[in-house]
Design a protein around this ligand. Structure first.
Ligand code: NAP
Length: 515
């Protein structure tokens, strides 16, 4: 009997015993820094000459780990092995595949702080952000396991006299899993295990900035007893190995989460048929956002400001769901701007290894440079109210930055910055606010702060994004409660952590027998 899904509770770090346990995990991970990790193809651990070195973004010379790096030859081997294994794995009982996920979730729960601590070092996450990432990874496995059990059961069809009729979900084949670095555990785990529990075999190409947490998860799957060849862990450069895998004729689907630019590139390449290819490749692409919090004149302004700060600066604004635009009714504009500025000033910047620092570095030099370029553009497009400074002498630190009086059409009002930069935009009235809210090519998350029932009902109808919230922050979707995924250039609306997600990795076979 499987218990009903309930989300994993977050750790209360105000309790001393929890702080002590997390400190011990940080010590453990520290003792592992610099370790070498192989790539894994069909269970075989391969150490290559070429490596990806993972560094700590808060201490840029500190090596987190060294990971073997695949080339096209190894990518070819991985895809051949995955294709062979698929013929077995697709026949493995669905309930057994689900039990594998429950086992992996149980192990991850036992080693929770160790995985979270790894993300503190490798991704620059604060304790709370890292803890939420691990909790979401556990949730994805618990949720998708249950979903697979449901989908493996009888599906509804109209009975006809003289026939038996059945509908059966069957897997697709070999999938390429390409996650981002910003939820280096949760998203990677959700994408990988969703595909695998559905009966597919996969090649997991982690983001090059966070391959160590990915390697640890590959080890965890082995510990949980996953058969060799079901998940092939293949770090490598997106350009070299990514393109090769996407274009391969044995690739049946690509599950991607990352930038708009790479998502569209994959979509285009996957649409082209390679010699020997027997199917139309399926692309699941979850991409960027230019998310907004809209504040109407009658809102609770303190609540709104708290939500804006949490959504704009949680994990340094490096979330696809981050609030990068605050759109505020002109009557309360100055007050909201002041409140947001005061609250953002209270963030504590520094190495997140220290629990008091809730605002860490951005992921790497490329992100640091790109965000700084946007800040320079923003200074010309609006009024710098807070921050704007950065320092990469030790790690990649950028201050929480607020640029006010931004036009909706400005570059920083339209493009995803993926860093701690908030554009504040004035709206003439609620209708103008809705127009600005919808006026980008993205449509991922967003919130409305308002009291009037009429306004809220209008907002439900008119605000166009995949995850819409009222009177709460735009980040922090919970598996099962807030199935997650965006519209327009934010992706294919694949709704992770929802009832439709596994269907993306399966096809439906209708079987009828004349009696
Ligand atoms: P990215 O640069 O697009 O990279 C994502 C993944 O694609 C990485 O594993 C990367 O590998 C790989 N890649 C790069 N070039 C490739 C190619 N030519 N073929 C195949 N794969 C390739 O994105 P990111 O910087 O990691 O992540 C940030 C972006 O993700 C933001 O835009 C954010 O909004 C979005 N995001 C969206 C969601 C959502 O649910 N919608 C969730 C999280 C993040 P390398 O690392 O080796 O380059």
């Amino acid at each position: 009997m499987i218990k009903e899904f309930t989300p994993e509770p977050l750790t209360d770090f105000s309790k001393e015993e929890n702080r002590k346990a997390f400190e011990a995990a940080l010590e453990l991970v520290k003792s592992q820094l610099g370790k070498e990790y192989p790539l894994i193809i069909n269970g075989e651990k391969i150490f290559t000459e070429k490596k990806i070195v993972s560094y700590n973004p808060a201490k840029k010379d500190e090596v987190i780990g060294v990971v073997s790096k695949a080339n096209q030859e190894l990518a070819e081997k991985a895809i051949q092995e995955a294709a062979k294994k698929f013929e077995e794995w697709k026949r493995f009982p669905a309930e057994g595949r689900a039990r594998l996920l429950f086992k992996a979730a149980a192990i991850l729960r036992r080693r929770k702080h160790e995985f979270s601590a790894t993300m503190v070092y490798e991704a620059g996450k604060s304790w709370a952000e890292a803890d939420a990432d691990t909790a979401e990874a556990i949730d994805f496995m618990e949720y998708y396991g249950r979903e697979m059990v449901r989908l493996a059961g009888p599906q509804k069809v109209t009975p006809l006299d003289g026939e038996t009729n059945d509908l059966v979900y069957i897997p697709l084949g070999v999938g390429i899993i390409i996650p981002p670095w910003n939820f280096p555990l949760a998203i990677l785990v959700g994408m990988t295990t969703g595909a695998v529990v559905s009966g597919n075999t996969v090649i997991l190409k982690p983001a090059s900035a966070t391959p160590v947490i990915a390697a640890k998860f590959a080890e965890l799957l082995e510990e949980a007893g996953i058969p060799a060849g079901v998940v092939n862990y293949l770090p490598g450069s997106g350009g070299e190995v990514g393109d090769y895998l996407v274009e391969h004729p044995l690739t049946r689907f690509i599950s991607f989460t990352g930038s708009r630019e790479i998502g569209l590139r994959i979509t285009e390449k996957a649409a082209k048929i390679s010699p020997g290819q027997k199917w139309i490749k399926r692309v699941i692409a979850e991409m960027g956002g230019k998310d907004a919090i809209l504040v109407d004149h009658d809102a609770d302004l303190n609540d709104a400001a708290n939500a804006i700060v949490a959504s704009a600066y949680g994990f340094q604004g490096q979330k696809c769901s981050a609030c990068s635009r605050a759109i505020v009714h002109k009557d309360v504009y100055d007050e909201v701007l002041n409140l947001v500025t005061e609250k953002a000033k209270a963030l504590s910047i520094g190495d997140p290894v220290n629990v008091k620092n809730n605002f860490g570095p951005v992921i790497d030099k490329a992100a640091f440079d790109s965000i700084n370029r946007y800040i320079e553009i923003g200074k010309k497009e609006g009024r710098l109210v807070l921050g704007g400074n950065s320092d990469d002498s030790v790690g990649y630190f950028i201050e929480p930055t607020i640029i006010a009086d931004v036009d909706s059409k400005a570059v920083i009002g339209q493009e995803e910055i993926f860093g701690p930069v908030l554009a504040v935009i004035k709206a003439e009235d609620f209708e103008d606010g809705v127009r600005i809210f919808n006026d980008t090519e993205y449509g991922l998350t967003g919130s409305l702060f308002a009291r009037s029932r009429e306004t809220i009902e209008k907002g439900r109808e008119e605000l166009h994004c995949g995850n819409l919230y009222f009177n709460r922050k735009s980040t922090g979707a919970i598996v099962g409660a807030h199935p997650f995924g965006g519209f327009n250039m934010s992706g294919t609306d694949s709704k992770t952590g929802g009832q439709d997600y596994l269907l993306l990795f399966m096809q439906l076979k209708s079987i009828s027998e004349k009696l």
